[in-house]
Design a protein around this ligand. Structure first.
Ligand code: HEC
Length: 271
């Protein structure tokens, strides 16, 4: 099965090259992107990651030899269905607004007894080194499929995070004087083959947010939203934030707020 997936991927990589060179001659690059999205629709390599995530969720692990099945992702202990679509949200027990990834790590610490360092050591995969977090978040995300994103940020702590996220989104800084808005507020703009989308509108933010975690063909791996945002902060030439930092969660509250009402469809496929 793995070998079939690898062959499939090699084919996609080939098409990607062709799509890039023939884009001018054969319609818009976005058409080409939707073509290999269609090709992968029957076999998104992220489906395997999702299965591994489900297995990990149910397996007793860590010093406390416990599974994650009692983890409260915001809808009550053990409720996974629909939880991702309503994150980030405020959690009384930690006194913090948490996204899917920080909440998952919270459960790995409190239920399974891992230290934070152990839990986040491999927060994204590298060739030959799988990431448990990536797999678990892919599983959690997919269990919201068909559910509308719902992050109303009504709680005062959530409202404050939304404001902070909005502020960071428009704040220009760094050696290039970039903000997120520089690259992400016009319609129809793209870099390489990827349409950037207007993240201040429901449609633009929705297209992005509903499909994360997503399989990135160019990277050959699944990216979580934390990974996506941390990399964009790097693209903005700003200092790189720590994994799970409040700045990243604030951006997520802002973007999920904008995307609210769009229906989840993950793992997506991205350039
Ligand atoms: C220099 C331009 C640039 C800046 C600045 C930038 N990004 Fe991006 N962003 C990109 C590119 C390019 C992609 C598409 C991925 C790719 O092809 O590499 C992307 C993708 C994204 C996506 C996923 C979109 C999707 O549909 O999958 C989100 C969300 C995002 N960026 C948020 C942000 C935020 C928040 C900031 C500010 C911290 C930011 N970006 C700053 C260039 C930028």
């Amino acid at each position: 099965m793995m070998r079939t997936k690898m062959r499939l991927l090699a084919g996609v990589a080939l098409c990607l090259g062709l799509a890039a060179t023939q884009a001018g001659a054969e319609g818009k690059p976005s058409d080409e992107i939707s073509k290999y999205r269609e090709m992968l629709a029957d076999g998104n390599p992220a489906d395997l990651v999702e299965l591994r995530g489900e297995e990990l969720w149910k397996t007793a692990r860590g010093p406390k030899k416990a599974s994650l099945e009692k983890c409260d992702l915001g809808l009550g202990p053990g409720v996974v269905d629909g939880a991702y679509a309503q994150l980030p949200r405020y959690f009384k027990d930690s006194g913090k607004v948490m996204d899917a990834e920080s909440r998952l790590v919270h459960c790995m610490i409190t239920l399974q007894g891992f230290t934070k360092e152990e839990a986040i050591k491999q927060w994204f995969s590298k060739p030959g080194k799988d990431s448990d977090i990536e797999a678990l978040v892919t599983f959690i995300g997919a269990r919201s499929n068909g559910k509308p994103i719902h992050v109303p940020h009504k709680d005062p702590k959530e409202a404050a995070m939304y404001k902070t996220g909005e502020y960071i989104f428009y704040r220009r800084s760094g050696p290039q004087d970039f903000s997120c808005a520089t690259c992400h507020t016009s319609n129809g703009m793209r870099i390489r083959l990827q349409e950037l989308g207007n993240l201040t509108t429901r449609e633009g933010a929705g297209t992005a947010m509903k499909s994360f975690p997503a399989y990135r063909v160019s990277q050959g791996s699944v990216w979580t939203m934390q990974h996506r945002l941390i990399d964009c902060i790097r693209q903005a030439r700003w200092p790189e934030p720590e994994y799970l930092s409040d700045a990243v969660i604030a951006l997520e509250v802002y973007l999920q707020g904008n995307a609210s009402g769009t229906v989840m469809e993950t793992p997506g496929i991205k350039r």
